[in-house]
Design a protein around this ligand. Structure first.
Ligand SMILES: *Cc1c(COP(=O)(O)O)cnc(C)c1O
Length: 243
């Protein structure tokens, strides 16, 4: 089932390089993150053995299940899903280096409490809902700067930039507008010079829209389907959980 993974990665690397070239950027400016939801550890292993190093899960349960199975192969874990506060403890056991989906103060507060107690810090991105779709998590663009300021007060959380999921649409103008909003926000917040806040990363672009995201300045693209194939569960399962 995962026999195409290494070829797919070659193709994705070519797409990233071409998109960078087209927008006058160096391919090294864009990091490839592999979104591994629903992919079993043996599928992920093929990608890591092909030389990739960055993976991310959407659910703490899946992270836990695959974490031990992949321990022997060097890689880095980010977290890109909606995070419930009662799952923080389990997440922190799994050596995640960046939580890209911090989208509310209550979550930041709980993260800070547990990181403080463990005497640790965590890189985070602030997730912004640039598409206006209710089904997607993320802070509203108009509230993002305020959230950054509030979260920056928590010394254990190191803000490195912003993340978004673009609109699902064949209307390229509308999709690209999401990425443009995120880039503008990043620049505006960077200009505020909030102490301790780095506004460098723009995590945006997926299998279907990474070229546009790269043209708008993405520093991390998150790719699942184009590497691992279609997922058995619809994404609403991951993006529209209500608790
Ligand atoms: C699944 C997922 C991706 C990857 O989506 P594809 O369309 O499969 O490339 C990227 N970001 C997030 C947050 C995801 O949940």
């Amino acid at each position: 089932m995962y026999q195409d993974v290494s070829n797919n990665i070659v193709r994705i690397r070519q797409r990233i390089a071409a998109a960078c070239m087209a927008s006058g950027r160096a391919p090294g400016e864009v990091r490839l993150l592999m979104a591994t939801k629903t992919v079993p550890a043996n599928g992920i292993r093929i990608a890591l053995e092909a030389g990739e190093t960055l993976i991310a899960e959407n659910r703490v349960q899946e992270l836990k299940e695959k974490y031990d199975a992949l321990k022997d192969i060097p890689h880095e874990n980010h977290f890109i899903g909606h995070l419930q506060t009662n799952k923080i403890k389990d997440l922190l056991k799994c050596e995640v280096t960046c939580i890209q989906s911090v989208d509310r103060l209550s979550l930041a507060e709980k993260l800070h409490q547990q990181l403080s107690a463990a005497n640790r810090t965590m890189d985070i991105l602030i997730q912004v809902n640039t598409s206006g779709e209710e089904s997607k998590f993320g802070v509203h663009p108009s509230q993002a700067a305020e959230l950054v300021k509030q979260v920056a007060a928590f010394g254990t959380l190191k803000i490195k930039g912003l993340m978004t999921i673009g609109l699902f649409s064949t209307d390229e103008v509308k999709v690209r507008e999401c990425f443009r909003i995120l880039r503008k926000l990043r620049d505006e917040i960077a200009a505020m010079d909030v102490p301790g806040v780095e506004m460098k990363e723009l995590s945006m672009g997926m299998s279907g829209d990474m070229e546009m995201a790269i043209a708008e300045g993405a520093t991390i693209v998150r790719v699942g389907t184009a590497i691992f194939g279609q997922r058995p569960t619809p994404d609403s399962f991951y993006w529209n959980e209500k608790f």
